[in-house]
Design a protein around this ligand. Structure first.
Ligand code: ADP
Length: 479
């Protein structure tokens, strides 16, 4: 693993050379001044192995040469007058051991240096990279991680990531671990706490390292700080929500006359039915059956008025985006309640073609209703000048199976249609052909649909009408 390729700790910087020097002196003294008849000089290999951990290639060669010289010097000192063959062989064995050990140490040194160079490359990147083992203990911590989180390598290595960084994951860690072990990778956004106590949001990419037998041994984690980006996105999101709210109020304002009528009519019916009930009661012989049906009509009219007000209140309220399980057809029921009167007032026929099966979605009810209301109001307004044919608003829903299941909502009219040259401009903010238009409706529609993972397409046959098709991802678990 990476930590094994890293430089040894500081205490070794001084203790290893001292130990090697002492060892070499001790071996020389024993070899030269004690009568032991064995190849003591072979022990110089320990000095070489020790030196290999802190010396460069040239230094190691110098130490090996010194050890060989000391071996030879001892031999010459002790056996100068009577050269015995056994002593000469012991000297030769020691020299060979020194040579072989030096060669192996040089080879090992080269491999270690290569690995160290590769690990040092990870310090060049601005990304925060760390490695944690299967027990969540940090084994490697690069310079980028030091800069991002504030802990130095020595402080971070050996600690648990969860303790150190107080990770807040986007989903349960068990799910992340399962995905990592299955595909070997995971990526997502995590909130970490830095050394100074502030939080940082990172885009995190995890890669699993396995041993020869395929068992997970470590995870390399590469993190990018996206806190600022996230803040900018949040601010943009808030601004968009404000704008959507204003546009929603404007669209509803356009419908206000019909909505007021829609509420007023059942209220008038409540009064009429109440008066009728009183009259039936005041008869000499009260007709309780008629009273009963008048009261029932009062209740149903009262409910209708309160329904319209409830839908309207929901749409005018400023709420954060709330995703809930929805059904596209039910969503349209609410919309129709609000535009029904406008259709009558503008003499537009409604052609409803709803899917028979449920169309499950996951989304924000208010926002999706806003999008559909906007498309329907645009269609109704586009047909206002049509006098030679029955103005017809067609609303259709269906499910579609492409790569993933989709819910499709289609809103068409038989108005003048849209010039091919402007069809791509419709969704840009402030594009309008209406004298009192804001040109925000379709741009908001598109951002609502896209924030739900869908898309919206306009198509038109000039002179025949226009169609706006909304594709939204279906809620799969219920599909
Ligand atoms: P606004 O309604 O304020 O003009 P929108 O963004 O909702 O803003 O619409 C932009 C423009 O797109 C409209 O001004 C109109 O020219 C065109 N448009 C939208 N819907 C239709 C439609 N159904 N038929 C023809 N033109 C349309």
């Amino acid at each position: 693993m990476l930590e094994e390729a890293l430089p040894s700790s500081k205490s070794n910087t001084y203790s290893y050379p001292a130990l090697a020097l002492l060892g070499a002196v001790a071996i020389f003294l024993i070899d030269t001044f004690t009568p032991l008849e064995s190849a003591i000089a072979v022990l110089y290999v320990a000095v070489i192995v020790l030196s290999a951990s802190f010396l460069s290639r040239a230094g190691l060669l110098a130490i090996a040469a010194i050890c060989a010289f000391l071996t030879f010097a001892s031999f010459v000192t002790v056996h100068w007058n009577d050269v015995e063959s056994s002593a000469a062989i012991r000297c030769l064995v020691s020299l060979s051991a020194i040579a072989v050990t030096t060669l192996l140490a040089l080879k090992n040194n080269r491999a270690t240096h290569d690995l160290r160079d590769q690990a040092a490359l990870l310090d060049l990147t601005h990304d925060a990279i760390y490695v944690r083992n299967d027990k969540d203990v940090i084994t490697y911590w690069n310079t980028g991680a030091e800069q991002l989180y504030g802990w130095r390598r020595e402080e971070a290595v050996g600690r648990s990531t969860v303790d150190l960084l107080k990770c807040k994951f986007p989903k349960p860690i068990e799910e992340i671990a399962a995905e990592l072990s299955e595909v070997g990778r995971w990526q997502g956004e995590i909130t970490h706490t830095k050394r100074d106590g502030t939080e940082v949001i990172v885009a995190s990419r995890w890669s699993l390292q396995r041993d020869d037998k395929g068992r997970p041994v470590a995870t390399m984690i590469t993190n990018n700080d996206i806190t600022e980006q996230q803040r900018a996105e949040d601010a943009l999101h808030t601004a968009q929500a404000e704008l959507a709210h204003v546009t929603r109020l404007t669209t509803l304002g356009e419908l206000m006359a019909s909505i007021a009528h829609e509420v007023n009519q059942p209220l008038a019916a409540v009064v009429t039915n109440g008066e009728a009930a009183l009259r039936w009661l005041q008869r000499d012989v009260p007709d309780l059956n008629e009273v009963h049906s008048s009261l029932e009509r009062m209740i149903s009219n009262g409910r209708r008025a309160s329904d319209v007000i409830a839908r309207l209140r929901a749409l005018t309220r400023k709420t954060d985006l709330i995703r809930t399980p929805l059904d596209a057809n039910e969503l349209l029921d609410d919309v129709l309640l609000l535009i029904e009167r406008e259709l009558i007032a503008r003499d537009v026929a409604l052609n409803l073609n709803l899917a028979n099966a449920p169309l499950p979605l996951l989304g924000d009810r208010v926002q999706l209703q806003q999008a559909v209301i906007n498309l329907a109001v645009n269609a109704i307004q586009a047909m206002s000048a049509i006098a030679d044919r029955r103005r017809t608003l067609r609303i259709a829903t269906r499910s579609e199976q492409t790569e993933a299941p989709l819910v499709v909502i289609e809103i068409s009219d038989n108005g003048p249609g849209i010039e091919p040259s402007v069809i791509n401009k419709l969704f840009t903010a402030f594009y309008t052909t209406k004298s009192e238009g804001m040109g925000m409706g379709l741009s908001i529609c598109r951002s609502i649909v896209e924030s739900h993972g869908g898309r919206i397409i306009a198509s038109s046959e000039l002179g025949q009408g226009a169609t706006f098709t909304v594709h939204l991802p279906a809620r799969e678990e219920a599909a």
